[in-house]
Design a protein around this ligand. Sequence first.
Ligand code: DAH
Length: 349
Amino acid sequence: MNAAEIDSLTAQAVAEAGAAGTADAVEAVRIRYLGRKGLLPQIMAGLKDATGQERGAIGRSANAFKTQVTAAVDARLAALRGAIQQGPVFDYTRPGAWRGPGSMHPVSLVIAEAVRIFARMGFRVAEGPDIETPYNNFEALNTPDYHPSLDTTDTFWLGVGAAGLAAPPYQASQLLRTQTSPVQIRMMQSHPPPIRIITPGRCYRRDTTDATHSANFHQIEGLYVDRQVSLADLKGTLASFAREMMGSGVGVRFRPHFFPFTEPSVEVDFSCHVCAGKGCRVCKHSGWIEIAGAGMVDPRVFGKVGYDAEAWTGFAFGMGVERIAMIKYGIPDIRLLYENDARFLAQFE
Ligand code: DAH
């Protein structure tokens, strides 16, 4: 290789190093030109065979090759490292990005508030499992096995195939509780009277979801068993709860109804908080919203749990937590409660 050829190789190597886009590409240039099996050893070998004047020129070009290519490679590596460092740098002297403390879900807020209100009236929290026996969820609550709520279209049965239920329909299976009422049974089976409990919890029904229905919702069950408990006690307790939960202006009304486990039974409405009883979309223009079912514990339920129905009386209620949350906070659609949209949830601090 003569001096001119070496010079042109030098220019080529410098250009290639300058164009390399990554540290690996620069390293490849270095190996190709300066490595032990690269072009530099060949240039040096050529120097041995050269003579006189030629030898001096080749020597100078070879030296220039070595220093210039080395410098180009080093410069390119430094430039690439610099580019990386100009990207996002972790600067631990800067304050962290504060994402906010989160907030309580409206369903949790209502449950916490209800627990607080009822605690002041002497109620303690008792809980039960989401997976229940048909005995606790229906039979002990005086609900006959031909009742439509046992149907596979209403209740989530566990381990029941598409073929449906055998007769007697359900004894072998378990279910997702359709109400918090079975906790009444658990509580009375395991504790002698008197009893004063509330039970917040999840319930499940095969409802089609719409603005006011969800297959999964929450109830707060109440049970008060003592001597000489009256319907007036029930009314006073729920009216007092309503005022504390919704504000002193709230109206409460009882409508006669039927539940298998209470006699007499009532449905309990609160006046609509959103329109102050004038009528709006949330209350379907009636001014009232159904919040709870309630009544005096049926003596047959006492019989199922071994309480003396002559000696003991009681009231019970079960209210819808989502319903309360919707009117308390003016939430027009129950689905908002389950979508976990942070923009919605952040409003409940
Ligand atoms: N469990 C009933 C329901 O889900 C509500 C209910 C009604 C609960 C009357 C009670 C009660 O404790 O006494 O529809």
